[in-house]
Design a protein around this ligand. Sequence first.
Ligand code: FPP
Length: 253
Amino acid sequence: MIAQPASNGIPEYADPSSLPAHVGIIMDGNGRWATRNGLPRSMGHERGVDALRETVRAAQKLGLSYLTVYSFSTENWRRPMAEVTALFALLRHFIKKDLKRLKSENVKISVFGTRAGLPEDVCSLLDMAVEETAGNSRFNLGIAFNYGGREEIARAAKQVAEKVATGEMAIEDFTEEAISRHLDTHPFPDPDMIIRTGQEHRLSNFLTWQGAYAELVFMDVLWPEFGEPQLREALEKFGARERRFGGLGKEAG
Ligand code: FPP
């Protein structure tokens, strides 16, 4: 059972080691939620931002330290330009409206992904969110925006290769650890759990390197319907999993 927070706000877990430090979320199902409710798709994304706000609040309350959300993928450019524009507008609105509160809640914002193709003002707002929360430490919110796992790995490998080419690094040091250190997500720990809502069972290029050992939790709920009860449900599932990292499990004796 995921315990209720104690009166001091710190959750009491029977086994704190069963709580993931870093959770990644693929927030899928906004469009379907809107269509089912007779609304334009953009309204689904708008409700998706509300669900994101509640989830960030719940993640802090339940004692997580890192949350990374997949807000816009490098593949999302294939959508109609009107929808892409609406997603950019929502990001602008989110940063303008929520940055002050997140700052006061001691939340540190990190942004993962490439800036290629993004409007200049969106880049400036993302930079502002990162800069203004850089000194915070209570909770880490990663926003994967214009993000693709393979693109991130290629960029990291290129940076390491450049260091080798200039003699800053030895070829022997071109290791897994070196790539990890050059990923956008550094110094976030690898995600312990990746949740995907919306009934699809795939990772869609999200945290491709980092998610190698993540527990995958797929939920039927559409993203706008996600909130604290659904996060608790996912944490319950995670707590019941046995993580072996390639070793032997309890049943092996
Ligand atoms: C997937 O739903 C969701 C997205 C492509 C975008 C997720 C974005 C948000 C929750 C809001 C924006 C976030 C910030 C930080 C401003 P879908 O459109 O693929 O849904 P469908 O599969 O039902 O069509």
